[in-house]
Design a protein around this ligand. Sequence first.
Ligand SMILES: Cc1ncc(COP(=O)(O)O)c(C=O)c1O
Length: 400
Amino acid sequence: MGFIADSLNRIEPSATIAVSTKARQLKAAGRDVISLSAGEPDFDTPENVKAAAVRAMAEGKTKYTDVDGIPELKAAIVRKFARENGLDYKPSQISVGTGGKQVIYNALLATLNPGDEVVIPAPCWVSYADIVMLAGATPVFAETRPEDGYKLKPEALQAAITPRTKWLIFNSPSNPTGAAYTKDEMKALTDVLLRHEHVWVLSDDIYEHLIYDGLTFHTPAAVEPGLVGRTLTMNGLSKAYCMTGWRLGFAGGPETLINAMRKLQSQSTSNPCSITQWAAVEALDGPQDFIAENNKKFVERRDLVVAMLNQASGLQCPNPQGAFYVYPSCAGVIGKTSGSGAKIATDEDFATALLEEEGVAVVHGAAFASSPAFRVSYATSKDVLEDACRRIQRFCGNLR
Ligand SMILES: Cc1ncc(COP(=O)(O)O)c(C=O)c1O
């Protein structure tokens, strides 16, 4: 009998964290490495948010708080949902956790039993399936296609639902593809969900504000109010507010679920950092104009990366409208051999050889349950992106 729990054997360490760690180690060892693997903006946290944290410390707001958030933050989140999403939650319907990841973890661990199924459109964020499996339940991937802009079609959703389906996890704009749904596209999916009353929706809206080309953000509970009673609308400060290290996520949903999530959190981390919570009040209530400024830079970077990757032989890169990722297909390089003789049989081989030979770290598509492809994060400067894309072009050009 092994010492480590069986449940741990069902899951893998986060592939994105693994690639970022490897890139950092190579850099520390003196290698010239460009990491396009991180899921975080390179911009700094806004000054007013940092100042709110300093104030909170000076005022001694450094003790335990209510497990799932201080009332002031819950009130700010209620205002955010009303102002930005047209959703009418009460404070008792709000949960605050240590990052969006904990909120998702709480929701899934609090509801899933062995045998339950969770529909996850693929490609998808690395952690959804592993959290589902940790809970003993089964992820069911609903495939999306590059020619549909990696957006789930209603027929594919319908086909993935069974009597055992407990959740659909929905993520727009998406990590890793950047795909963002229009209202009509989302309505087509919520229409399917209306016909399946046993299926709940976990909407991961963490990239809400990172949306481009004039597209408007939509979330399922607002598009179809008939789903409010079985939707958890999750969000967080990591991405748009450049606060990945502060660790704050939140969600609005039915009280029975929110209470269960609080119970679980009360026996794990307790409250999220008190100082972060006060900074979060300022982030949500304070000026928001920096988001549009950052987005202008993201669009320039996206355009640069998409254009340059489409010039690399064997790669095909769609032009997504959200988040800070692109997800090029590398089907055209599979079966080839790299300049240094590495066989490229999978997208993981591609990513490994690219890192070894050109010092560019990307995350292979298999980590996101969709191959052969890879994810590039363009949350870094244009100079760095240009250098990285030139290296990718050279790597692809040397394949035989
Ligand atoms: C789609 C998606 N959801 C949730 C998270 C969790 O973010 P955090 O825990 O930093 O709030 C991430 C982070 O990479 C993500 O990409």
